[in-house]
Every structure is written in C-alpha cells, then in structure tokens.
Design a protein around this ligand. Structure first.
Ligand code: NAP
Length: 167
C-alpha cells in the first residue's frame, strides 16, 4: 500500500496563510489534477471544506476529523491515518494520496513512502496564520527533480517538481 503526500510549498515549507495558497501556478494545478485523478484521497476537514465542489467522479475523499456524528457529503470520515490506510486497502486501492493541509501532512508523514512536492523558489512573508508542511529528515528520502518551471508569463514564481521516495 502506497501512501503518498502531494503538496506545494515555498522555501520555508509555507503551504498557506490567511489568503489561502499564496500563489497561482497553472502548471502546478494541472499536475495536481493529473496526479490525483480517480484516486482515493486523505485530507483534513479544513481542506475538505475549502475544496467542496472540486472532487470529481472517481475521487474518494477520506476526511480526517475528530468530530463525532459528522459525515462529509462525499467520501467518508476517518479518525486516524492508520484507519484511512486500512479503509483504502480494504477497498482494493494500491495508493492513498494525502492532499493536506498542514495538520494532516504532519499526521501522515510517518506513514508515507512517497512525496510529490512542488518547491516554489520564493520566501513568502505570510499574512495572518501561516500553515507549514512538516520538516522531514532528508537522509531518509531519495529526492529526484522531475521538472523545473522558470518564472514567465502565467507563472510569476519559478518552481520545481520533486518526487521523494523513502529509502
Ligand atoms: N499548499 C498546499 O499544498 C496545500 C495543500 C492542502 C491544504 N493547504 C492549505 O492548508 C490549510 C489547511 O491546513 P490546516 O493544517 O489548517 O488544516 P487541515 O490539516 O486541512 O485540517 C485540520 C483538521 O483535520 C482534522 N485533523 C487533523 N489532524 C487530525 C488527527 N490526527 N486526528 C483527527 N483529526 C485530525 C481536525 O478536524 P476536526 O476539527 O473536525 O477534528 C482538524 O481541525 C488551508 O489554508 C489550505 O488552503 C495547502
């Protein structure tokens, strides 16, 4: 069973602030859609609320929450990362993709064997409450750069796509 994490962050691992995700990078959005297409997803209740209307047929969101008696409109609620992994595995899924946010990335990182990371080459000053991707031990991961996107029309910030696999 593969648990992968997909995230976009700046040089300081900033994921979001009071503005939401503080960049607009169409190529990254396209890559996110492509990678997550028709997959089972693990996400926090906050990110789920923000992404209402985004899910497509084939997506099965497993929403991490400690709330009792709450159910998402689509997908299922789970109370822990191991429960999410077991649920996806029991349904015959080969991969569960964790799409955030910060709290859920932190809870899922110890169980992850792959990370698909967009590294935005900028240090953004957060406005309001910042949300960060958790730190990871670089020596435990093989880090491969898949492609790089320079700053140009439509992409104000340069960024690179990395795939990390646990050694
Ligand atoms: N840049 C990126 O790649 C990226 C990706 C995704 C999201 N984001 C951004 O991240 C922000 C949201 O992140 P966030 O950290 O505030 O929230 P989050 O991780 O999306 O969700 C937090 C909620 O998930 C539940 N939860 C988290 N850990 C849990 C655990 N161990 N057990 C049970 N439930 C748990 C709790 O729900 P209950 O309160 O219901 O118990 C908690 O309030 C948004 O601004 C979003 O735009 C950025």
């Amino acid at each position: 069973m593969l648990l992968s994490l997909i995230a976009a962050m700046d040089e300081n691992r900033l994921l979001a602030d009071a503005r939401g995700i503080p960049w607009k990078l169409p190529r990254d959005v396209a890559h996110f859609r492509e990678y997550t297409d028709s997959k089972w997803l693990l996400l926090g209740r906050t990110t789920y609320e923000e992404m209402r209307g985004w899910f497509r047929p084939g997506h099965c969101p497993l929403v991490l929450s400690s709330r009792c008696g709450w159910d998402p409109e689509i997908g299922r609620v789970v109370s822990s990362v191991p429960q999410a992994i077991a649920t996806a595995e029991a349904a015959g899924q080969g991969e569960l993709v964790c799409i955030g946010g910060g709290q859920v990335f932190a809870a899922a990182l110890p169980y992850a064997n792959k990370m698909v990371l967009t590294r935005v080459h900028a240090s953004i000053t957060p406005e309001g409450r910042p949300v960060y991707f958790p730190p990871w031990n670089a020596s435990e991961w093989k880090d491969e750069t898949i492609w790089q996107q320079p700053a140009e029309a439509g992409h104000a910030l340069p960024f690179a796509l990395h795939e990390l696999t646990r050694r």
